[in-house]
Design a protein around this ligand. Structure first.
Ligand code: 5AD
Ligand code: SF4
Length: 470
């Protein structure tokens, strides 16, 4: 009989991807993924350790799962609970001590060994027996031991091309939880992309903790950087859109800039974290760039692709950050102009160099700075969205909207676009006239043309006979 699997994912897109691959690994062993933990035989929390809050969420979920596991046991059913991802990697045995409900703990580098780990967990004799903990960085490459994707991911798919990080920003746990940089061979990436497209993907987002540090073995020897990989991917028939995330300003090389100039499928939207606008803080963060070098990188990218919109990550309240430092951050935001951004209060992570730094910023000051930064970025985002009104954008419809008859998709600049549209347009790129821009989304009306097929992504829709598709 089929067993039921429930995977709950926290954190970044990398975890979303890993969760899907865990389901692929378990499918041949009779596990079918479900939408809720009720009735599941195996529950996996794929966790995030990046900030304290993310970690605490995992422990409160484990508290809730204890009740579910006890209830199932009363009915004579055994439920296995696994913790995967970065909390598992960072805390290992500690998780089992803090939350005895957990049967197995495994890090991001070992989920290809899941079937074997599960067998060991199922063999475990009664409560209190040894839990299965596997947080190695094994010598064998995980990707060589994963089955091919068993399911497509739909029209907009993710593809992991790079993992780990060698940058060691002083606030960040990633180099410790995900380990050293590793790039998948380009031939493997191309093959996976072709499979995704055959299964219905028209857009692929390349994933990596530091994706533009990509340096994969080239198909015919040598090494490909990310720009070259993007050119290779863009040749795949039916692949209309490419994106990549998340990148580091230091690794934007000329080849990548040229790809933004030459590859129409590469969407004009880039997440390029800067963290702070103050050179003093950037140095203490070990970011290896200054405000000025970041500005120059953005200039190069915008010269190559003038309609490029930017997103970023910011940390406020890093140890020692003064009012003047923070003013430099606000100045940088005003100068660059963002389409959207993520803002975080600094959160000390055990084991990172910044956790031992002096001059902690008081919580109240962090909160004040966060609010000021969010207000500025929110205003930029709203202005960016409003400026879309009147334009026609190619929109990839991905799902039904909350209102009947409405679909939601994404335009080139990552904005969510709502429009009345029939279900048959799901998974297709369709020209949409933007009627209004709001704080977090756009609304529009589908445009039809006399020509069959999709419009070129980059060009504005041809002079169109405009009517809503009924
Ligand atoms: N505190 C606050 N924010 C952090 N980030 C990473 N580590 C921390 C931390 N210790 C943020 C950075 C990074 C994003 C993914 O999370 O802005 O780019
Ligand atoms: Fe963390 Fe810095 Fe690496 Fe990004 S570049 S994953 S912030 S260490």
């Amino acid at each position: 009989m089929a067993k039921k699997l429930f995977v709950k994912t926290y954190g970044c897109q990398m975890n979303v991807y890993d969760s899907a691959r865990m389901a692929d690994v378990l499918a041949p062993h009779g596990y079918e993924p479900g939408e809720t933990p009720d009735g599941a035989d195996l529950i996996i929390l794929n966790t995030c350790h990046i900030r304290e809050k993310a970690t605490e969420k995992v422990y409160s979920e484990l508290g809730r799962l204890r009740a579910l596991k006890d209830e199932a046991a009363r009915q004579g059913r055994r439920v296995l609970i696994g913790v995967a991802g970065c909390v598992a990697q960072a805390e290992g045995e500690e998780i089992a001590r803090r939350a005895p409900v957990v049967d197995l703990v495994f890090g991001p580098q070992t989920y290809h060994r899941l079937p074997e780990l599960l067998t060991r967990a199922l063999d475990r004799d009664g409560p209190g027996g040894a839990r299965v903990v596997d947080t190695d960085f094994p010598a064998e490459a995980k990707f060589d031991h994963l089955p091919e994707e068993s399911r497509g991911q739909g029209a907009a798919a993710f593809l992991s091309v790079q993992e780990g990080c060698d940058k060691f920003c002083t606030f960040c746990v990633v180099p410790y939880t995900r380990g050293a940089e590793f790039s998948r061979p380009a031939a493997d990436v191309l093959a996976e992309a072709r499979r995704l497209v055959a299964a219905g993907a028209v857009e692929i987002t390349l994933l990596g903790q530091n994706v533009n540090a990509y340096h994969g073995e080239a198909p015919a020897g040598g090494v490909w950087g990310l720009g070259r990989l993007i050119r290779g991917l863009a040749e795949i028939e039916g692949l209309e859109r490419l994106r990549y995330t998340t990148s580091h300003p230091r690794d934007v090389d000329d080849e990548l800039v040229a790809a933004h100039r030459d590859v129409p499928a590469l969407m004009p939207y880039l997440h390029l974290p800067v963290q702070s606008g103050s050179d003093r803080v950037l140095a203490a963060m070990n970011r290896k760039h200054t405000g000025e070098t970041y500005r120059r990188t953005v200039d190069r990218l915008r010269a190559a692709r003038p309609d490029l919109a930017l997103s970023s990550d910011f940390i406020v309240g890093f140890p020692g950050e003064t009012d003047l430092d923070f003013a430099d951050t606000l100045r940088l935001v005003r100068e660059i102009g963002y389409a959207q951004a993520y803002t975080f209060k600094y959160s000390a992570r055990p084991g990172t160099p910044a956790a031992d730094m002096e001059d902690a910023v008081p919580e109240a000051v962090k909160a004040e700075r966060l609010a000021a930064l969010q207000q500025l970025i929110g205003a930029q985002q709203t202005a960016f969205n409003r400026s879309a009104a009147g334009s026609v954008q190619p929109v990839l419809f991905e799902r039904r909207g909350a209102r009947a008859g409405q679909l939601v998709g994404r335009g080139p600049w990552m904005q969510a676009v709502h429009a009345e549209a029939p279900d048959r347009l799901l998974g297709r790129i369709v020209p949409v006239r933007i009627l209004d821009g709001h704080a977090n989304s756009l609304s529009g009306a589908v445009v039809t043309t006399d020509e069959p097929g999709n419009p070129a992504d980059r060009a504005p829709a041809p002079a169109a006979t405009e009517r809503a598709i009924a």
